[in-house]
Ligand binder design. Structure first.
Ligand SMILES: [Fe+2]
Length: 361
């Protein structure tokens, strides 16, 4: 299946620049852009079961849960920063509630993490990575027990950043060589912090230590390659990059999820294990819920639900005309046979001061 507008949404040069400018990812120039003429194949053979509840219903529930999770993240990150003890087991009930949410509706938890104007990346990132890892793990057929462990690994993958000076963590612009070397100690520092936790699983420790390793061996801290990198780490690295690039940072605006997925697809051959990016795209949809898009009619719309059997044609809510004037809202399922509308572009809603969260409810 060809994906025209989506793959072209961001040029290879733009995407490379975005990654290099992200001091969290510390992205190195890959040696190979990957085949430019390939387009993602969206295979619906692994379709999930239909959602049990509507996204609107689950958004209300998960909104509250996300707030609680953020409170928890503040607690443990500040404790580690201040040298106080913490217990990783306290995160387990939260992780289980997010897993329950994902099993009720696959899109709501991922959407909430992007739709609300949260400013505190340090705290939101660990929660978002946990949620997204659970969604991807579910897609890959992980058991409930492994999803719980994976969710825990997501919450604590960056715990080592708690001991990195904030002046480096939040520095706008490029890090100096020395600063970058300090930043690159965070997986090992995290591993050292976590390994003293009684009963912590080896997979969680490895997820923390290896989440910046890359498939082609160009990652850090150990330059592991291919199957030397643990299962959890392969998933975490994908969702970590996605959340970093789609989040607002002190030094950059968020990028639209649909564009980031297109970009990650281009980089999949060097940085990520085969098929993990593809499965992640399938689990979020080519245009994740909450994407702001332009239509072939010129009107603008918000993606309100994805169709697992037709990922290029989600359900949308048309909200603005071609001049961004509000029009009466209509919901359209683009996969309906008699609908000829198509998505032609992914737009950054911030550029138009559009509050997606309000429009989706
Ligand atoms: Fe990290």
């Amino acid at each position: 299946m060809m994906i025209d507008s989506w793959e072209k949404a961001m040029s290879a040069e733009e995407s490379r620049k975005a990654m290099k400018n992200d001091s969290d990812l510390l992205w190195e120039e890959p040696s190979d852009d990957g085949p430019e003429d390939e387009t993602p194949v969206v295979d619906a053979s692994l379709d999930a079961m239909p959602d049990k509840v509507s996204i609107q219903e689950e958004l209300r529930r998960v909104d509250k849960l996300y707030g609680e999770a953020l409170g928890y993240a503040h607690g443990f990150i500040d404790d580690v920063r201040n040298g106080k003890p913490f217990d990783f087991n306290e995160a387990t009930p939260l992780v289980n509630e997010f897993i329950d949410s994902v099993f009720r509706n696959e899109s709501a938890a991922a959407a909430i993490s992007k739709l609300k104007a949260f400013d505190e990346y340090t705290y939101t990132h660990c929660i978002n990575v946990s949620i997204l890892a659970v969604i991807l793990g579910k897609r890959l057929g992980y058991s409930r027990d492994r999803l719980e462990l994976l969710g825990i690994a997501g919450i604590f993958h960056d715990v080592g950043k708690s001991v990195i000076p904030e002046i480096i963590l939040n520095k706008p612009g490029k890090l100096s060589k020395t600063e970058m070397n300090i930043m690159r100690t965070h997986p090992l520092r995290g591993y050292q912090i976590l390994k003293d936790q009684p009963g912590i699983a080896n997979e969680v420790l490895r997820g923390c230590l290896e989440h910046h390793e890359k498939f082609d061996g160009s990652g850090y801290p150990r330059g592991l390659r291919g199957n030397q990198i643990s299962d959890f780490s392969r998933l975490l690295t994908v969702v970590d990059v996605y959340d970093a690039l789609t989040s607002k940072r002190v030094y950059k605006a968020p990028m639209p999820p649909g564009k980031v997925l297109g970009m990650m697809y281009k980089w999949r051959v060097t940085d990520f294990h085969p098929n993990v990016v593809e499965e992640f795209i399938k689990s979020l949809g080519v245009y994740p819920v909450g994407s702001f898009v332009r239509l072939s009619s010129g009107n603008h719309a918000v993606v309100v639900d994805h169709n697992t059997s037709d990922p290029l044609n989600p359900s949308i809510r048309v909200v603005y005309d071609n001049k961004m004037h509000q029009i009466p809202m209509t919901t359209v399922n683009l996969s309906d046979k008699d609908v000829e509308l198509k998505i032609t572009d992914v737009i950054n809603p911030d550029e138009y001061k559009v509050d997606i969260y309000k429009l989706i409810q």
